[in-house]
Design a protein around this ligand. Sequence first.
Ligand code: PMP
Length: 363
Amino acid sequence: MKPTPNSYIEAMLAYTPGEQPQGEGWIKLNTNENPYPPSPAVAAAVMSALGADGAALRLYPSPDSRRFREAVSVLHGLPVDHVLAGNGSDDVLNLLIRAYAGPGRPVGMLNPSYSLYPVLAAAQNAPVVRVEIQADLTFSIHAVTDSGASIFFITNPNAPLGINYARKTIAQVAADFKGLLVVDEAYAAFAPEDCSELLRTHSNVVITRTLSKAHALAGMRVGYVLARPEVIGLLDRVRDSYNLDRLAQAAGVAALNDANWLQETVGKVKRSRERLTQSLLDIGWSVVPSATNFVLATPVRMGSPPGVSTSEHAFEFLRSKKILVRRFPAHPLTASALRITVGTDAEVDAFLHAAKEWTAGRG
Ligand code: PMP
């Protein structure tokens, strides 16, 4: 007899990660990684945690990532029982959905936003309700509060659009929404304000953060959630008991403790983002104002008005120059655009050079 999997697992599709090209020479502007290496304190901390012979790896890590959570707690001025560490923020997003959604208990999200949420919902056999972002890039607060979702995700700043919703808008949602409101702040370090202070005023608000973007640790898998202790207690029940390995915990502490590195790097990325935005506007592309480390821009040139096939053509032209960006063809707000991660100055220059060449009709 053939073993029978859960039918809803059989029916679901896996998340599609951005391409990680093999071989040399690629300019990788497709997965919003940081173009700069992490704080030098990170490598030192990882080496020290590893030791000369790796013997420390015999031992299990701190099950509750104690030192890392203490560092987060100091950073946000919150007690340590308000913090749970994750193997990347994807891990905490999964735990939140495990704890709060299921059959008849929908996961809500703005559309477009992070395409992992529906995958995590499908894995719990939970329905998904989507609140559409309008053409003017706003969304209806009522549509969120009337969505009937048990847990609602607002990606803020939004990915893949890049715009930031004001804290007071999110506070209005939190005040009227009956379920758990998760503000996914993966890109908050690049934004003018964040929502962490809503934790003090709204008991249904949860904040998720990652060290993959601003801290340049995508390869290490470190994230965290800030929430009231009742919520943290639930997540603690359903997480892997050792969800962060030793090296990730050490790297996370070192990264959080180097505030100067963070400030400098985020400053550089923001300056490059403004240069990239302005240069694209100058050649006639339209660009969504970004509060992140990427820009969503719509390519256009003589004879090729904005549209899906124009963006596809620009994408393929860039790819032929070994410059990788990302397309989001599934949603009308993103289908004609390219999402371009902010790179180093040299990478931005190479991208702009190719973009100008394409816009001028060569290629
Ligand atoms: N949230 C959003 C909105 C993201 O874009 C990403 C990165 N793809 C994540 C969460 C996950 O980040 P990580 O798991 O690397 O911490």
